[in-house]
Design a protein around this ligand. Structure first.
Ligand code: GAL
Length: 389
């Protein structure tokens, strides 16, 4: 337990994947309005986070941060108020170095001043990146410094540690004051990336989380973060245009189900990263699927784990607070697979002579003996919730 600011994984929207460095205050206001109109706020998405590039090119005379006068002419307080007026919470981005990843002024050495600014502006969430000159200081020290500065201000600010898993933040970021910490490099809107491309695809991240075996670091108050959602994104989205990644088509429906389904099995923070003013109905339905969101937000706060990896067919379990479990049958491969698991082998589910089962995509319910099986299409994932009968 590292605190109560994030008893369940934070949910919200972040500007980066949709807009990258072109983000403006109008985009952020539209996103806040759209969270309400699409029903995403109602489904639990509450933070509106402005990522890199919101700030002016220089610190102010006191070393403080200020909003870019052209892209954010109304200033941060007005934008935070706009977001709060819609029943949402407001987040900003900075970096534990001299500069952000896009070369804007950042917070190393100015943590107290910046934390006070954030509190004064009404910031509820800080995403804190790892770019710029570190001035010879190690990551633990640099993140701890901002964690302490945030703890010292008179406002609750969720601290999202974004150092890409390089220094094993699951071992120290909670003690540094973080509520979530990135476990991997950036997710891109692809299934897989090649070695010479920027970032990781959905499949790459699922495999990385399976290999890392860091579930024991994850729980109420502090969460492993496999990065934000790319649901709804493709070649035209901001990050795909900005980063050196060859994105040729949007994620397919099957890839998108694996992305969202496995992020929920992982108990991941769910930060939507698409243009919400143009959200496809299939993506809206997926992002507001309350059966999946309940699995993600389950109060026990367990991270799902792979219990079997048979080539490209994987079985994942996530124990749930009500004594049941979520089961994912995940086909990372290129041909249809029948994937089968024995519910009785889920060690957190009490043994019974039968189980109640619900398909979390369709909502269909039935009862069964021990075996749970599905024909899973290539790159698709079936997700079930099971309870002892
Ligand atoms: C990366 C970070 C991304 C995004 C980007 C902005 O370091 O992992 O999520 O914030 O910087 O420049």
């Amino acid at each position: 337990m590292t605190g109560t600011l994030a008893p369940t994984p934070p949910m919200g929207w972040n500007s980066w994947n949709a807009y990258s460095c072109t983000v403006t205050e109008a985009d952020v206001r539209e996103a806040a309005d759209a969270l309400v109109e699409t029903g995403l706020r109602e489904a639990g998405y509450e933070y509106v986070v402005v990522d890199d590039c919101w700030m002016a090119e220089e610190h102010d005379a006191d070393g403080g941060l200020r909003a870019d006068p052209e892209d954010f002419p109304s200033g941060v307080t007005a934008l935070a108020d706009y977001v709060h007026d819609r029943g949402l919470k407001f987040g900003l981005y900075s970096s534990a170095g001299s500069h952000t990843c896009q070369g804007y002024p950042a917070s190393l050495g100015r943590e107290r001043r910046h934390a006070e600014q954030f509190a004064g502006w009404g910031v509820d969430y800080l995403k804190y990146d790892n770019c710029g000159d570190h001035r010879g200081r190690d990551a633990v020290d640099r993140y701890q410094e901002m964690g302490e500065a945030l703890a010292a201000v008179d406002r609750d600010i969720v601290f999202s540690v974004c150092e890409w898993g390089q220094n094993h933040p699951w071992g120290w970021a909670g003690d540094a004051g973080g509520q979530l910490w990135r476990a991997t490099d950036d997710v891109v809107a692809k299934w897989r990336t090649h070695e010479d491309e920027f970032g990781l695809g959905v499949r790459d991240i699922v495999e990385r989380l399976a290999d890392l075996d860091i579930a024991s670091a994850h729980g109420p108050g502090g969460w492993n973060d496999p990065d934000m959602l790319q649901v709804g994104n493709g070649p035209d989205s901001g990050q795909s245009q900005h980063e050196p990644t060859d994105v040729r088509r949007p994620l397919t429906d099957a890839e998108t189900r694996t992305h969202f389904g496995m992020w929920c099995l992982l108990g991941a923070p769910l930060m939507v990263g698409t243009d919400l003013t143009d959200l496809a109905e299939t993506d809206r339905t997926l992002l507001t699927n309350e059966r999946l969101i309940d699995i993600d937000q389950d109060p026990l706060g367990a991270q799902g784990r792979p219990v079997r990896r048979d080539g490209d067919a994987e079985v994942w379990h996530k124990p749930l607070a009500d004594g049941g479990a979520a089961v994912a049958l995940c086909n990372l491969g290129e041909r249809v697979r029948e994937i089968r698991t024995a519910v009785a082998r889920i060690d957190t589910v009490a043994e019974a002579d039968g189980y109640r089962i619900q398909d979390c995509w369709s909502g269909e319910r039935w009862t069964a003996g021990s075996d749970l099986a599905a024909e899973v299409e290539p790159r698709d994932t079936a997700v079930f919730r099971v309870w002892p009968r």
